[in-house]
Design a protein. Structure first.
Length: 197
């Protein structure tokens, strides 16, 4: 049983890395198998199809990221203000995506390319992630630290889409993941203009 689980885990890890770097169209079973240290037909002992494998990577990516963000935010304790909690979530999300988590980066990279039925199932699993962000945004609006003039759904959708995009353009260089995550939080919470016109 350990062998089966180990092979399955190696396949998932390899698939997440390939999806992250090559996208859905570029993810070949032969590359995934090579990364897992096996032959391509061996994948079918663990997954009935490429679609099943991709969907499991998507689900794992959502759970990895959600657990990471919630641990960071909840680790602040109940006394943390809603805006501090929201900032911690933003920083945790960007840091997680840029620090090399293949699963979450794979979700961000290939979600739009998923077949319709799979996208619906992934979206259903994504709802707890979405709801957590909604609650953080609404709490900041309720306590007056965030603008109530902005619709919470619009804020959430733009916020997550902007944060998710970082894994597609980030390249190590002048700024590391920690600096980029802090700048993302500053930009998203405080804006770009020095004063409103």
């Amino acid at each position: 049983m350990v062998q089966v689980e180990s092979g399955r885990t190696r396949i998932l890890d390899s698939a997440a890395a390939i999806l992250r770097h090559k996208g859905l169209a570029g993810a070949k079973l032969s590359d995934i198998a090579r990364g897992a240290g096996m032959l391509a037909p061996s994948i079918y002992h663990h997954f009935p199809s490429k679609d099943h494998l991709v969907e499991e990577v998507m689900m794992e990516g959502i759970y990895h990221n959600n657990r990471h963000i919630m641990a960071r935010v909840e680790g602040l304790g109940s006394g943390a203000s809603p805006l501090v909690r929201l900032r911690a979530a933003i920083v945790a999300h960007v840091d997680f995506l840029l620090a090399g988590d293949d699963y979450s980066s794979a979700v961000a990279r290939v979600f739009d390319d998923l077949p319709d039925e799979m996208r619906k199932r992934v979206l259903a699993a994504y709802s707890s992630f979405d709801n957590y962000w909604r609650d953080l945004i609404v709490a900041a609006q309720k306590d007056g630290s965030a603008s109530k003039a902005l619709d919470a759904t619009v804020v959430r959708k733009f916020l997550i889409a902007m944060l998710d995009s970082c894994s597609s353009w980030y390249r190590p260089g002048k700024l590391g993941p920690a600096q980029i995550s802090e700048q993302a939080a500053d930009l998203l919470l405080y804006g770009f203009a020095t004063e409103r016109p």
